[in-house]
Each structure stands twice: as C-alpha cells, then as structure tokens.
Design a protein around this ligand. Structure first.
Ligand SMILES: [Mn+2]
Length: 256
C-alpha cells in the first residue's frame, strides 16, 4: 500500500459528503447525487471504499477516480483488484469470481495492471477536517479506540509488519462493532464513517456512522452523510432509478 492516511482540509466553499460501498453502480450513484443537489464545482464526495466488484460498471472506476471532487478509501474489494494486478498473485480465481471479481478476471494483464495501479493509490483511511473537528473515514472499522494512536502507528516506520498487517485487515474487514452493538466512541474524532456492513438504514454507534445502505443492491439505496452537519440522507434505488421522470416531477418529488 502506497499511502496509509490521506488528509483533506475543510471544504470552505461547498459541502462534503461520504457515501458507502458503490460496487460498480456508478450510474445509479450519479442519479442519486442529483437528488442531493451535488455540485461538483464546490462539493466533494468521499467514498468509504468498495468501488468495484458485483455491479455492472466496475470498469468505470478509472473515470471516477480521475474526478477532482471524488476521493475514496480502500475497501477489501478494491484491495483484491490491487492484488489481482500482480501477475504473481496467489488468489483463488473461483473465490474472486464468487465475490464479484468476474469483470476483472476476463481482463488482459495490462488492463488488470491499470486497475491495480489506480486502486493502489487509495489510502487505508482518510482524515477530513470540518468546522467541528476531524472526521475519519475507513472501510470497515478503526482498529484502535483512539484515532491519533491508530494514525501514528500506521505512519510510524518502526511499526512491525505484523502489526501493520493486522491493523490493515481489521480496517478493511471487521464487523465486530456493529455485531456486538459496541457504542464506545473512537477518541480524537468528531465522527468515524464506515461502510462494509450493509444495513437497511444508517446506524450510529457512539460516534461511528455506518452508512452502507446497499446502494449497490436492487432493494437498497445510497446514503450520503454530510460531514458538516452529520446528517444522513438515503436515496432509495426505487427513487433513483426513475430516470424517466422529467425535471419538473423531480423537483416536486418529496425527498427522504
Ligand atoms: Mn467490504
């Protein structure tokens, strides 16, 4: 992994949103963004990771990552695509296919490498400044109860490879907090925003916001958490998929 933590200053001209797992559903995400009035000239969209696999448009990830207003952390599926680009990878092909990697299995080695290189730029965590203080973004969970301790350990060159690996795995995979209902806070943050664990509606435990409401599933929707207010808005796919709806109807359609 090239970068562990990316830091962003406060957005003083527009809004910053965090969205959960996308899984190759970029067209649907774009429609959902219309409902929140996303303005790419002022607003920024941060993703909690898992940009690829399962959905029909994983290839589009390169176009999205090229947008200056779009940033993401690394999810376990993004990490798989990074590994897949390594010709010496020891990945189980049938398991990768089962987990939604079919789009990449058929790619040539140079194509695999393009996705691998692009996704290898994704950090394990993002620290985003807001007026109220820092907001953290990680795919699954923070491996430590204190953000500053976690960041320092990830960035300390004397941290053992073993501990680095354990923290990386936990950050991309853990579902412990939501399974146990642990409502302790992650110290040093206004909020930690995570995806990975799919839920029907956004959940807040302590200061940890779970926002993967399954925008990548037919029966789900994308949740946008605005970091300035920590208010979440979920756009159900039944609403976002109504792309036949004209602009007038769209303006009068009640949002929720
Ligand atoms: Mn995941």
């Amino acid at each position: 992994m090239k970068h562990q933590i990316h830091r962003y200053p406060q957005n003083t001209t527009g809004r910053d949103f965090v969205v959960g797992d996308i899984h190759g559903h970029f067209s649907r995400l774009r429609r959902a963004m219309e409902f929140i009035g996303f303005d790419p000239s002022r607003d920024r969209l941060f993703c909690a990771g898992d940009l690829v696999d399962r959905g029909p448009e994983s290839h589009d990830v390169l176009n999205w990552l090229a947008q200056p207003w779009f940033k993401s952390v690394r999810g376990n599926h993004d990490h798989s695509a990074v590994r897949w680009g390594n010709p010496d990878n020891a990945m189980d092909v049938s398991l990768y296919a089962q987990n939604g990697g079919a789009w990449n299995i058929g790619n040539t080695q140079p194509e695999r490498l393009r996705f691998s290189d692009a996704l290898d730029e994704l950090p394990l965590a993002i620290e985003l400044q807001t007026a109220a203080g820092p907001v953290g973004i990680i795919h699954a969970d923070c491996p430590m109860g204190d953000w500053g301790v976690f960041v320092a350990a990830m960035e300390d060159p004397s941290t053992t490879r073993h501990l680095q690996k354990d923290m990386t795995e936990f950050a991309m995979w853990s579902r412990d907090r939501i399974k146990s209902g642990d409502s302790s806070a992650v110290e040093g943050l206004v909020a930690l925003v995570v995806g990975h664990s799919t839920i029907v509606r956004p959940v807040v435990l302590g200061n940890v916001h779970f926002i993967d409401t399954g925008g990548w599933r037919e029966d789900g929707g994308f949740t946008f958490l605005e970091v300035g207010t920590l208010s979440a808005q979920t756009i159900d796919n039944t609403l976002a998929d109504l792309d036949a709806m004209d602009a007038t109807q769209r303006e009068t359609e009640p949002l929720h």
